[in-house]
Design a protein around this ligand. Sequence first.
Ligand SMILES: [Zn+2]
Length: 319
Amino acid sequence: MTIRPLPKRPAPLRDELLSSWIARLAVANYCSVQEFCGYLGLADERLPETRSELQGVNLERFGTITRLSPRAMNSMLIRRCSRFPVECISRSDFQVCSTCTNETPGVSLRHWRYAWSIACKTCCTELLPLRADPNAGDLISMGLRTRASKGAEQLKQAYRQASRHAGRRIDLTMQIIGFLSPELRHPTLFSIDVRWRLMMLEAVHHGLSHPILALAHAVRKDPAAGTRLHNAFPYRRKLLARVIRLAVSLPNYQSREVERKKDQPSALKSAGPNVASPEYLVAAKQAISQLGENAKRSDLLACAEKFLETARLHSVDIS
Ligand SMILES: [Zn+2]
C-alpha cells in the first residue's frame, strides 16, 4: 500500500511541541485527534511529547505522511534531564501566550512548559496561566517581577548546566524554601496563581544568591522556622546557629512574643516598643565593653544575649 503525504499540512511553528502540531494536523485534515494518532501508528492513540513515547512507531512512515524530517521532529520533543533532581518541565500545558494562540488556535510551544518561562520567546508577550485562579490578585510589583526573573534565569542556567552540583544546590534551596514557607513547594513553580509562582521564583533567587541572608530574613519573620530547620537539618547545627544569630541582628527584628504582646490589651503593654528595658541596655553595654565598639553588630548582639541570659539565670539585678 502506497503511503501518501497528508493533503493539508500547516507548517509547525518555531519551538512548537510535536503533540500540538499533530493535533493541528488532525484538525486541518478533518480527523479526530484519536483517529489521526491511530493512523500515524502512535501507541494508545496518544499525542507523543518525548522520544520514549515514539517507541514502536514506524518513523519512516511517520515522516512520509507528515513530511517531517527526523531532525525537525527531534526539535519538537521535550527532553527532560533525568539527572536533575527537581522537575522543571511541566507534564501538561499550564500557561499560554494569548498573542500566539490568537494567531494560531490550538498551538502550544515547548518553552511554555518550562518552570522558568515567564514571557513568550516568540513574541515577548507575558505568558498567562491556562486556568487562571479568579481569586488571584493582579497587583504584582515590579520588584517582585524583577527578582522572579532573576530566579527564573538562575533556575534555567542550573538546569542547562545539568551538573550534579547545580542539581543538588537547587534541590537543597527548594527544600529549605519549603520548610520556611510551606505554601512554597515544588508544584508552586507551575501554579495557576501568577503571584505565588513569581514568589517561588523570587525565593529561588534569594536562596541561590544570598542563602544565609535569605534564611535569616525568613527566620526573622517567623522564629518558629528556626525550629523547623533544626528538625529538618539536624546535622547543620553550627550553620543554623549562625543563621539564628544573623536573624536576631537584622534590623526591625520582632519575635512572635513581641507580636503577641502588641496584641494584648493596652494595660498590659510595656512602656512602648521603642523604649528598651534597662536590663537590655546593661547587657548591651557589657557586650560593647567586652568586644569593643567596632565589633560586628551580630557578635555584639549574641554577646549581649549571653549576658542577659546569665543575669536572668542567676536572678541577679544586673542594673
Ligand atoms: Zn507568543
